[in-house]
Design a protein around this ligand. Structure first.
Ligand SMILES: C[S@@+](CC[C@H](N)C(=O)[O-])C[C@H]1O[C@@H](n2cnc3c(N)ncnc32)[C@H](O)[C@@H]1O
Length: 388
């Protein structure tokens, strides 16, 4: 999902050369750059997506995840009650299931899956947001039942005061992690895998994974970053980067703003749509091959027409609060395609601008709109400082 984990040590070296004070990770994604600052600076992590913001709240500001990692009898009954409500509304599902899972023949598998996907199936009772939208696409029907029923369980437990909002958020975050591990995809939610003679066994394997036990594994694994004292003074927001820094109550004491904006014309919301629906659980209309939420967020940084002005605004807003800037941007980024250059833009707003480092690597396009491709790319880390 565009993580900068592999670059985070270099980004830390760059921010170490900047003004003292809080670091803002303005396009924080999964918070890997915010994380590496845990011994050196307080952080403010911002991203426009709900799931990213949920991840950053849990890992950068909350206490330990205290949700029990096994369902007790009471929780199991609640979970099971939603599964039963969903199962009671299915007809012939058993046939679909056994056709899809029992065969050793690819063409039987592919045609059974197709008819399972197209089956007339509408759930009207129980928590059914995923069961109604994604059965036999990103997830099998049983996996959708599990997702809906874990979401139901968490809301139920919060409703009766058995768990608090932090526990609830950890539960949803771990469910998101489990969904990615079990999904019928190549590692992201831009599209689900259509079976072919080569990959169909993998599709079947993914469909068979248990969301419930993977969720319980994630509850054990996922932990907050840094110390409780550090987390207590961090901030997390969910805002458009171009407006975030105008938040006056948070804008004091900022030393440096780290920017890792999108760099292609593939909108990030294509990778997050399933997670957004998990967090919002708002039964959205979905469209197209990827079953994307309608009205999903689009960013100016992924628009050929607007990327240049978005960078200008970004540099203006960072400079206006007196902070230094560190920017990661690859040599094949969209801004270069419109014949603009990050360095020139930074030079208009910062006195001392330099390239801190250049890292070459093979970059995968993650099977997005142009298909899966690998390119040789140079990722540059730019620094813009005010005069000392
Ligand atoms: C390249 S990724 C950042 C990855 C992050 N550094 C990490 O290590 O996980 C870009 C992020 O910017 C977010 N984003 C895109 N447009 C945005 C905007 N206008 N304001 C805030 N966040 C935005 C996307 O949701 C995505 O998480």
């Amino acid at each position: 999902m565009g993580t900068k984990k592999y670059l985070s040590a270099a980004v830390l070296e760059a921010t170490n050369q900047c003004h003292k004070g809080r670091v803002v990770d303005l396009f924080a994604g999964m918070g890997s750059v915010a994380e590496v600052h845990h011994r050196v600076r307080q952080v403010w992590a911002n991203d426009v997506q709900h799931f990213s913001s949920l991840n950053n709240k849990c890992r950068l500001t909350y206490g330990e995840n205290l949700l029990p990692t096994k369902l007790d009898n009471f929780a199991n009954e609640i979970f099971q009650s939603n599964i039963d409500v969903l199962r009671s509304q299915t007809a012939n599902e058993h046939d679909h299931f056994s056709n899809v899972f029992a065969t050793a023949d690819y063409s039987i598998f592919a045609s059974s899956l197709q008819s399972a996907r197209e089956a007339d199936r509408i759930f009207e009772n129980g928590y059914c947001c995923f069961s109604n939208r994604y059965a036999f696409t990103y997830f099998s029907l049983d996996q959708c039942f599990e997702i809906d029923s874990i979401r139901y369980l968490l809301e139920f437990l919060r409703g009766i005061g058995r768990i608090n909002q932090q526990d609830f958020d950890w539960g949803v975050l771990c469910l998101g992690a489990a969904m990615l591990r079990c999904a019928n995809t190549t590692g992201h939610f831009a599209q689900f895998m259509k079976p072919n003679a080569q990959n169909w066994q993998r599709v079947r394997r993914q469909f068979k994974k248990s969301i419930l036990s993977t969720w319980q594994g994630a509850l054990v694994e996922l932990e907050p970053f840094g110390t409780p004292e550090w987390r207590e003074n961090n901030h997390v927001t969910r805002s458009d980067a171009l407006n975030a820094l105008s938040n006056k109550s948070l804008a004091g004491e900022i030393g440096v703003v780290y920017c890792d904006p999108p760099y292609t014309n593939d909108q990030y919301s294509r990778f997050y749509h399933i997670w957004e629906t998990l967090v919002l659980y708002d039964y959205p209309a979905v469209t197209g091959d990827g079953l994307y939420r309608t009205g999903r967020y689009t960013t100016e940084f992924s628009s050929t027409k607007r990327v240049s002005s978005a960078f200008q605004q970004l540099a203006t807003s960072v400079a206006s609060i007196g902070a230094d800037i560190v920017l990661s941007y690859p040599s094949n980024g969209l801004l270069h395609e419109v014949d603009a250059c990050p360095r020139d833009i930074l030079c208009k707003h910062f006195k001392d601008v330099f390239i801190h480092s250049e890292t070459s690597y093979h970059h995968s396009s993650m099977g997005a709109s142009k298909g899966s491709q690998k390119h040789q790319v140079t990722e540059r880390i730019y620094v813009g400082r005010h005069a000392r």
